[in-house]
Design a protein around this ligand. Structure first.
Ligand code: PLP
Length: 430
């Protein structure tokens, strides 16, 4: 009997090693990692230089507590990261995972308003569907039925007004104006922040709004004194073919808080964080003088060393450009598969964050009963390909989909192999 508390009783293969875009199990099977785990392994598996950087850091300085010390590696990393992301003057708040990072962003937005004498701004507007994390605050912020319903009532339900998802039939500007209408409805003086995934991840398969959306959102937030939080945990760090996905169409956009995770240390260590504008940082520091929040492992030197080494690789191997190029190859290939499999209703996305929307070819609508994505994902696994399936008409807004997002270091030949294996999976699973 196993003593591990797994997420479910389904049998999991036992992974024993990984290199590049492949993971091997203890039965000698090899899987092409078409989803980088959960869109994490951006630089691929088995990079010894990252392992070495972590080992050296662990031997030199494994841990200091953030209330007692900074570390040279954290200072260096924060400076490099603001450069990579083109967020001059921003401050990096380092934590261990995306949920912690979003909790931090929400609390920072709340404290920012308290410092300004606006304690009544307790609401955070988010969208349906969305996923911001598993901790109770981040989950309350999320618009994702399956993960929320067991825990209802969530923390103060009226604190999380929900905006509908982006509507590609509207201009980006008209789409964003719906935020203004919502703010007017709930009372803008009660709202601390608006938070969204600029390119939606797991909850809506790489859905992105039209050009102009994020610029207008930023403008509306400014007008109403509401902070704009971009949750780039999945879509940021080059995955969508730009350092920040919020700037894909609107390069001038500068959110007040940018939340990062997953690709930061690319799975080599737990690392996430928040980039906070100088205005937010200064307001807190010139007010009560301290962010009233903290985690024991925040800014862990070994995780930060992993992040620094991963950033070296991303820059040296030009993986942001690679994400654009391999992403185009993969999207073209997916369109060809759509032509061959009528159960594929749509393919979409940016860079190497791509969604394959499954449904009933007769109606062009989601399948009446969810579960098709899991079936295709199981067929893909049998064919030696890992995908990230999402299923169910959650909140009545979507059906089955597969999210694809291989490491940004994937080669053209490996993209071709991925497409061949997905073709087999669609053949067997649909
Ligand atoms: N935000 C987004 C957009 C995510 O995709 C995720 C995870 O999938 C999270 C936050 C939560 O991150 P974590 O699972 O590291 O806590």
């Amino acid at each position: 009997m196993s003593n591990v508390f797994y997420r479910s009783r389904k049998p999991y293969p036992t992974a024993v090693s990984a290199g590049g875009v492949f993971i091997q199990d203890d039965q000698g099977r090899s899987y092409l990692d078409g989803s980088s785990g959960a869109l994490v392994a951006n630089v691929g598996h088995g990079r010894t230089e990252v392992a070495q950087a972590m080992a050296e850091q662990a031997a030199r300085l494994a841990f200091v507590h953030g209330s007692q010390f900074s570390s040279d590696v954290l200072e260096t990393y924060a400076s490099r990261l603001t450069g990579f992301l083109n967020l001059p003057g921003y401050r990096f708040w380092a934590v261990s995972g995306g949920s912690e990072a979003n909790e931090s962003a929400i609390k920072l937005a709340r404290q920012y308003h308290v410092e300004r004498g606006e304690p009544g701004r307790f609401r955070v507007v988010t969208r349906v569907p969305s996923y911001h994390g598993a901790s109770l605050g981040a989950l309350a912020a999320s618009g994702m039925g399956a993960r929320r319903e067991v825990y209802v009532p969530l923390m103060r339900p009226d604190a999380w007004p929900k905006l509908p998802k982006p509507d590609p039939s509207l201009s980006g500007e008209a789409d964003a104006e719906r935020l203004r209408a919502l703010l007017e409805k709930v009372g803008p003086e009660s709202v601390a922040a608006f938070m969204c995934e600029p390119v939606v991840g797991a909850s809506d398969a790489a859905l992105a709004p039209n050009a102009g959306y994020h610029a207008r959102i930023a403008q509306i937030c400014r007008e109403y004194g509401v902070l704009f939080i971009a949750d780039e945990v999945m879509a940021g760090m080059g995955r969508c073919g730009a350092p920040l996905s919020v700037r894909l169409h609107d390069p001038q956009v500068t959110p007040d808080l940018v939340v990062l995770g997953k690709g930061l240390a690319a799975g080599y260590a737990p690392l996430a964080g928040v980039m906070a504008s100088a205005q937010v940082f200064d307001t807190v520091m010139n007010g009560s003088g301290a962010f009233k929040h903290g985690f024991t492992y925040a800014g862990h030197p070994v995780s930060v060393a992993a992040g620094l080494s991963v950033l070296d690789i991303v820059e040296r191997e030009e993986l942001v450009r690679a994400a654009q190029e391999r992403g185009k190859q993969l999207l073209d290939g997916l369109r060809a598969l759509q032509g061959r499999h009528p159960g594929v209703l749509e393919v979409r996305g940016h860079g190497l964050l791509l969604g394959v929307i499954l449904g009933d070819p007769a109606t062009g609508q989601p399948h009446a009963t969810p579960g098709v994505a899991e079936r295709v994902a199981a067929a893909a696994r049998d064919a030696g390909l890992l995908t990230y399936p999402g299923s169910g008409a959650l909140d009545g807004v979507r059906g089955d989909h597969l999210l694809l997002g291989p490491p940004l270091s994937i080669t053209t030949g490996e993209v071709t192999l991925l497409l061949e294996r997905l073709d087999t999976a669609l053949e067997r699973g649909l």
